[in-house]
Design a protein around this ligand. Structure first.
Ligand code: NAP
Length: 259
């Protein structure tokens, strides 16, 4: 399927690895001009080179923390009028909520809620004026089914989800869509560190813990980042203009509910 986004300009944050990088690859393959953001300069530059080679396109790397004003402005200087925004950042630490102070909570809210909201605030009116916008927030399956060790994620991402539910309906008439894409378990660095934390708590080896987690997924495996990227690219397509305000789970069937 031709997605109708050739020449569309996209900013993808958290994109030197994992799910963000996969979204950038999928969008670049569809002809979008991608600007990718992550904090570590050498990694984001290496990712830009890799994506450019893979997709035969020009990719702009920005080394910045997307959850700061300076980082967001740097991304917007590199790509001033984006048509597509993929809001993504690292996940918060695991732990027991009894140990989390105000600073810890503020950091999680900044990284997994406010960063996306400020990026949307700074770009959505341009999208409305151009009558095309596609915004995808990478959140987590934790929004639908809380993960006990990840209370910071459960809380902060639910705040973003509630805000988006309202805003998506306000801008839909302008061909601007906003959706949240909820990853289950995907093969990335974040997945490895989460499995390691879980293994420590349950006093198991990493390999044993990983095997248990995989066995617990109806698909019998973790997701591949490229599967996530393909879904994201479709949500950014011309054809997806009637999909908005949705929380779309991609988890191999792990969430046990009927809906
Ligand atoms: P990952 O493999 O750890 O990659 C995270 C990427 O984000 C890296 O490129 C990292 O590079 C960048 N990043 C982190 N903080 C940033 C910041 N403040 N500004 C700009 N870039 C930043 O993570 P992932 O597995 O792709 O996960 C992406 C998101 O989905 C996370 O929020 C994660 O919690 C969530 N999620 C993932 C899974 C899964 O199974 N993988 C499941 C549920 C939810 P730098 O460190 O150099 O900045």
């Amino acid at each position: 399927m031709e997605l109708g986004i050739t020449g569309r300009k996209a900013i993808i944050s958290g994109a030197s690895a994992g799910l963000g990088e996969a979204c950038a690859i999928a969008l670049a393959r569809e002809g979008a001009e991608v600007t990718i953001v992550a904090r570590t300069k050498e990694n984001i530059e290496a990712a830009a080179e890799k994506i450019a080679t893979l997709t035969k396109s020009r990719v702009i790397p920005v080394a910045a923390d997307i959850n700061t004003d300076e980082g967001r402005y740097a991304a917007l200087r590199a790509c001033p009028d984006p048509d597509i925004i993929i809001n993504n950042s690292g996940g918060p630490p695991t732990g027991d909520f009894r140990t989390w102070d105000r600073e810890t909570w503020f950091a999680a809210l900044n990284n997994n809620m406010l960063g996306a909201i400020f990026m949307i605030r700074d770009t959505i009116d341009g999208m409305i004026a151009r009558r095309f916008g596609r915004i995808v927030n990478i959140t987590s399956s934790a929004v639908k089914a809380p993960i006990s060790m990840l209370g910071l994620s459960n809380g902060a991402r639910s705040g973003l989800t509630g805000f988006i539910a309202g805003l998506a309906r306000e801008v839909a008439a302008h061909n601007v869509t906003i959706n949240n894409l909820l990853p289950g378990d995907f093969e990335t660095q974040r997945q490895k560190s989460y499995t390691q934390d879980l293994a420590k708590i349950q006093k198991r080896s990493y390999e044993e813990m990983r095997a248990i987690r995989i066995a617990g997924n109806p698909a019998g495996r973790f997701g591949r980042p490229e599967e996530f990227g393909a879904y994201c690219a479709f949500l950014c397509s011309a054809q997806a203009g009637f999909i908005t305000g949705q929380n779309l789970l991609i988890d191999g069937g792990k969430y046990p509910g009927t809906f």
